[in-house]
Design a protein around this ligand. Structure first.
Ligand SMILES: Nc1nc2c(ncn2[C@@H]2O[C@H](COP(=O)(O)OP(=O)(O)OP(=O)(O)O)[C@@H](O)[C@H]2O)c(=O)[nH]1
Ligand SMILES: [Mg+2]
Length: 1149
């Protein structure tokens, strides 16, 4: 808008000149540069005018977007390099001796671009030699002064760009004195004002000046005579140190654009601002304004007004006079009430009110018929006026971070809204799961609600986590039994818990833990039938089985963990005990904890056995209550991390802001004093861990802030700098990511709650505690979501007892839909809701899977549990359950089982046997394998891409089954990518995970990349493969001590001229990893590009460049970068930046 407002009059004097570097466009994007484009001749340049307009339009939009949303700062993207920073200054062309006839030719030159040439001085004679010049571009050099004589004779000069230099002052202004014809002057991004006043009074004598850019300097004053610039239309003085609004500006009657943003202490505007009657654009972001003068309301030509980042509490009464205003930004102010005057602005198209303190919106908002953009995020709004649905032109509606529970009826009418943000609101109608899918889904929900009665059914997911033998199963049993009001603990039986129920009936499949099939599982019977009391008599007190990947440094102290010191095959519990071996995988069941209030918990119990890590992560989702269980009798402070700290890291990496309730079991086995001490210790260590993590993140925010405070050029010129070369945009994203992590720390509800299943009182207390947490509207605002009755009936019908199959076809589901009163066209949105809320799986966008509804989650989990089974006997028993199997076949099957446990490989026909009776036909098997592939749990190793297997047996690899073969075969060109002697260059991108490496990530990633690679060879921690003909290696390296976190790296190699092939090989893998990591929104990790020079030398500690460079374009003109670890040695830029930037940035969460 800023440029649009300038209209077409700007360049009448320079019609045949190249796209001019206007003050505004300059801020967005540097001009073309590079040796081959150092100068243009005017004839050639004339052709560029139409294209130039298009470019300008684009820049305008980008500039505006940046100003509006990102705040101000250094321009992004392909900034010109400071050519001298890495290569030393090339000899300035202008310094060469000038002789005829060359001199004569130069004398006719009209436009000269010397940007980014590392110039430190301007030769005195340059002006005399180039007297015909009309455009001179000297931006991005190192000029610290302008010799008086240098620009003399340039009386025809109309545009001069001196931005991005090191000018500290202009002396007495002698250098500019001769430039009487100048219309455009840019002095932005210098150091003007550092010495003396910064600007000479004679600046005011450039009386033909139309555009003046003085932004990003250190100016405290503007020359008094500035007001004499009668033709000045655009003035940028933003990001200086002006202590007040400069009065000379009030005389600039022709001014159409004024940018004073970023002068933090401007404080107030004078009444006299009304004199600027032609002003169309006024930007005053971050200027410390606490009020606006009435005079502002007389700026009747105003179209764009930026007032964000001030301290405004209200607008002046006459604000409604700004009848031409199209864009108003009032974000980040102190508005407690919606400024009513805004409603009188009929032309308003964009309104930004983010980060204020608004609670209500006026019903008359709908008067703003032209409104296309409405940003209201991070306020305290509770209700939206019904009339908001009449804003038919709305395209952007941002409401996140408010208190909105209900969207007005007819909200679906806002069908033109494409940018829609609603998260962080306590939505119940429609529920969050519907809202986040977008306006069409909201429309479908609301139509459905109009068709059928609303239904309220509070259900909360309750997830039990903790180490093996922490006491989760018994705790669950006690709680659920307590609900049954029985007094005799001894009569508790595992089988008495309620599995997922259909409408009014128990569902058989959950009657025993879903990980166990009653007829096949040897432990099933023993676990299910032993009364609790009996189990208590044989308590294995000292057992602690730590996650295998908890780094040893995390386990403090010397006391060895009892279980870790046992031989691998030693029995862990005395045989014959009730819960020998613990639970398997995941168990799910419904628990009606409060029948009166109808509150149901869907309980997910995640077994402590780490083999189930990969599948368990799928069931950690937002909006659940997590109960972290610790065995207090076995707890010692040295084991805090594996028994508590690790779980908090795990939970919060997957579920930011997770609600965690700490429960300490086995309280009956601890003396009172011991109990107190242990609970206190856990409490304190949680606080310490939290403090450490938060402080770490805080200091990262600070580092990013410091980097942002620096000039982008400076950051690019110093390879030692923390964020060398990282654009402001990426830095801001990084900061936003850190802040997100800081603002979404886990919510740990109370100190540890001691618990003993022997003590009925404690059981009851825990149950009451869970209920009160669940009912707490601030913690679980979504609990009381409103559903159309038809959706709820549909859900119930899908879970009725006869629906024992693993999936339903779309048609079967549609039949149930009809029973629920849903016609087929309305079924999809209901299924989509049930999928989003974790009730069933329905992949509406998957070509094959969308024909099916996987409604039986317990059964599916049962299947997942089988694939995580590490016990050969159990697997074999499943395979041999068929009585017709002869001895030979049995031996074969045994081999398959061994192969599976050793390499994670299984052929399809054996999988089919394993999944009996759930899977019958080959088609069924095919479908379930597609589902598992979609979930990223396995891939087919021998399926030719896109073709079915021709009768041959398909083999599947389950990469999370830890491959016992430590290293993959390093068969790529018989080289080892970490080796020493290389003719070729190496590329290596390294992801580091300082807090936690998400369990199962390597396995999931290994599946995810399968479609990109061929001829792979997998080891425990490595994958060697090819992308086309180019080798790639993916390796995971577990943490070694606290200073070296877990890393995952992706590497390839090629000769320098062919290095693009290596980039082509690794960038899709990098992008795949970036996408996968979005499943862990609370995870902190960093990405780096390793220096290939260091790698080549075999350095054990190679220098790292920031991974953000991967998503940035290669800086034009830059060929080499200094590697600080190699002194002055340089790395080719092609070894640090990919030829085309990656689409996803590592910090774009
Ligand atoms: N005395 C006593 N024993 C308990 C208590 N809670 C659990 N136990 C016993 O501790 C052992 C382990 O309990 P489980 O409930 O199976 O542990 P878990 O956390 O489910 O373990 P996994 O399923 O392996 O992850 C069992 O023998 C329980 O009987 C308790 O509060 N007091
Ligand atoms: Mg258990």
């Amino acid at each position: 808008m800023k440029r649009e407002a300038k209209g077409g009059t700007a360049h009448s004097a320079c019609q045949s000149l190249p796209e001019p570097t206007s003050a505004a466009s300059e801020k967005q994007e540097p001009e073309t540069s590079g040796t081959d484009r150092a100068c243009w001749l005017s004839q050639a340049a004339a052709q560029s005018v139409p294209a130039g307009r298009a470019v300008r339009l684009w820049r305008d939009a980008a500039l505006r977007a940046r100003k509006l949303r990102g705040g101000s700062g250094e321009p992004e993207s392909k900034s010109e390099p400071d050519a001298g920073s890495s290569e030393g200054p090339p000899s300035p062309p202008a310094a060469a001796p000038l002789r005829s006839p060359l001199a004569a030719a130069l004398g006719e030159l009209e436009a000269l671009n010397l940007s980014g040439r590392g110039l430190e001085e301007l030769p005195e004679e340059v002006g005399a030699a180039l007297s015909g010049l009309r455009v001179l571009n000297l931006r991005r050099n190192r000029l610290s002064r302008l010799p008086d004589a240098a620009l003399h004779h340039l009386s025809r000069l109309a545009e001069l760009d001196l931005s991005h230099n090191r000018l500290r002052g202009l002396g007495d202004g002698g250098a500019l004195a001769g430039l009487r014809g100048l219309r455009k002057l840019s002095l932005s991004h210098n150091e003007l004002g550092t010495e003396g006043p910064g600007l000479p009074p004679c600046l005011a004598e450039l009386c033909r000046l139309e555009e003046l850019d003085l932004s990003f300097n250190r100016l405290r004053h503007l020359p008094e005579g500035l007001g004499h610039l009668r033709h000045l239309r655009a003035l940028d003085v933003d990001h200086n140190l002006l202590p007040s609004f400069p009065t000379p500006l009030l005389e600039l009657g022709a001014l159409e654009e004024l940018d004073c943003s970023g002068n933090r202490h401007l404080g107030a505007l004078p009444e006299g601002i009304s004199a600027l009657r032609r002003l169309k654009i006024l930007w005053l972001s971050g200027t410390g304004l606490a009020a606006l003068p009435e005079g502002l309301c007389q700026l009747s030509a105003l179209e764009s007004l930026m007032l964000d980042g001030n301290q405004l509490q209200a607008l002046p009464a006459g604000f409604g006079s700004l009848q031409r205003l199209k864009m108003l930004n009032l974000s980040s102010n102190l508005l407690g009430e919606f400024p009513a005057a805004v409603l009188a602005l009929p032309s308003l198209e964009e309104l930004y009110l983010s980060r204020n303190q608004l609670t209500l919106l006026p019903p008359r908002l709908c008067q703003l018929h032209q409104l296309r953009t409405l940003w209201l995020d991070n306020n305290r709004i509770r209700y939206l006026p019904d009339s908001i649905v009449l804003l038919h032109s709305l395209e952007e509606l941002v409401l996140q971070g408010n208190q909105i529970a209900i969207l007005p009826e007819g909200f679906g009418q806002l069908s033109r809204v494409t940018l829609w943000k609603i998260k962080d609101n306590p939505l119940i109608q429609p529920p969050y799961e519907v809202c986040m899918k977008g306006i069409p889904y909201i429309a479908a929900y609301q139509q459905e609600l109009a068709h059928s009665q609303p239904a309220l059914k509070p259900r909360l997911k309750l997830v039990l986590v903790g180490l093996k033998d922490a006491g989760k199963t018994l705790l669950r049993q006690c709680l659920m039994e307590e609900d049954g009001q029985r007094d005799d603990v001894g009569s508790l039986e595992a089988g008495s818990t309620q599995p997922r129920e259909g409408p009014g009936q128990l569902q058989d499949i959950g009657r025993v833990p879903v990980g166990c099939c009653p007829s096949l599982e040897p432990w099933g019977a023993s676990s299910a039938k032993v009364p609790v009391m009996q189990q208590l008599e044989h308590l294995p007190v000292e057992q602690q089985d730590f996650p295998s990947h908890v780094p040893s440094h995390r386990v403090k102290g010397k006391t060895p963990c009892p279980m870790l010191s046992l031989p691998l095959n030693a029995p862990r519990v005395p045989s014959g005990l009730g819960l020998s071996g613990g639970s398997k995988g995941i168990e799910v069941m419904d628990w009606t904890a409060d029948a009166e209030r109808g509150l149901t918990f869907i309980v997910y119990e995640l077994a402590g056995d780490r083999s189930y890590d990969v599948i368990q992560s799928f069931f950690l989702s937002p909006g659940a209550l997590y109960v972290l269980v610790v065995n207090l009798s076995a707890y010692v402070p040295q084991h805090f991390y594996p028994s508590v700290g690790y779980f908090l890291h795990w939970l919060s990496s997957k579920v930011p802001h997770a609600v965690v309730c700490m429960v300490g079991t086995h309280a009956d086995l601890c003396a009172e004093r011991e109990l107190e001490e242990k609970c206190l210790d856990i409490h304190q260590q949680i606080a310490q861990q939290e403090k450490r993590d938060a402080e770490g993140l805080q200091s990262l925010v600070q580092q990013v802030d410091e980097a942002l405070g620096q000039d982008f050029d400076l950051r690019c010129s110093n390879p030692h700098a923390a964020f060398y070369g990282v654009s402001d945009k990426n830095l801001r994203r990084k900061k936003a990511q850190f802040q997100y992590l800081l603002n979404h720390r886990p919510q740990i509800l109370s100190p540890v709650l001691p618990f003993s299943c022997r003590d009925r009182c404690q059981v009851r207390r825990l149950r009451d505690k869970l209920l009160s947490v669940a009912e707490h509207r601030d913690i679980f605002p979504n609990l009381h979501r409103v559903l159309p009755r038809s959706w709820q009936v549909l859900e119930e019908l899908h879970f009725q007892p006869q629906a024992q199959q693993l999936w339903l076809s779309w048609w079967d589901s549609a039949r149930l839909g009809l029973q629920a009163g849903l016609t087929e066209d309305r079924l999809q949105s209901a299924l989509s809701y049930l999928h989003e809320s974790g009730k069933l799986l329905y992949f509406e966008e998957h070509l094959t899977l969308r024909e099916y509804v996987f409604h039986n989650l317990p059964l599916l989990i049962d299947i997942l549990n089988i694939f995580c089974q590490q016990d050969a006997t159990v697997l074999l028993q499943k395979l041999l359950s068929d009585t017709h199997i002869d001895e030979l076949r049995a031996t074969q099957l045994q081999h398959y089982v061994e192969g599976f446990l050793l390499h994670g490989l299984l052929p399809a026909h054996v999988i089919r046997l394993l999944l009996k009776p759930h899977i019958q036909s080959p088609e069924d098997l095919q479908l379930i394998m597609e589902l598992l592939e979609k979930m990223g749990l396995c891939y087919c190793v021998n399926k030719p891409k896109c073709k079915p297997l021709n009768g041959a047996a398909a083999w599947y690899k389950f990469p999370y089954v830890k491959d016992k073969v430590p290293h993959a075969e390093a068969w790529i060109n018989s080289t080892n990518l970490s080796g020493q002697s290389f003719v070729v260059e190496q590329l290596q991108i390294e992801y580091s995970f300082p807090f936690i490496f998400p369990p199962g990530l390597f396995a999931r990633y290994s599946v995810q990349i399968n479609s990109h690679v061929v001829q792979r060879s997998d080891g425990k921690y490595q994958i060697y493969a090819y992308r086309g003909k180019v080798p790639v290696v993916v390796s995971y390296r577990p943490a070694r001590g606290s200073l070296q976190p877990d890393t995952l790296s992706i590497a390839s190699h090629a000769s320098l001229p062919n290095i693009w092939t290596a980039w082509q090989a690794i960038t899709p893998l990098v992008e795949e990893l970036n996408v996968l990591l979005q499943e862990w929104p609370g995870l902190y990790y960093t990405v780096h590009v390793l220096c290939s020079k260091c790698l080549k030398r075999g350095s054990p500690n190679p220098h790292t460049f920031p991974g953000e460079l991967l998503s940035q374009p290669r800086p034009e003109g830059l060929t080499e970068i200094i590697c600080p670890k190699n002194g002055s040695e340089r790395v080719n830029v092609a070894l640090v930046y990919p030829p085309t930037p990656t689409v996803t940035s590592p910090c774009s969460k």
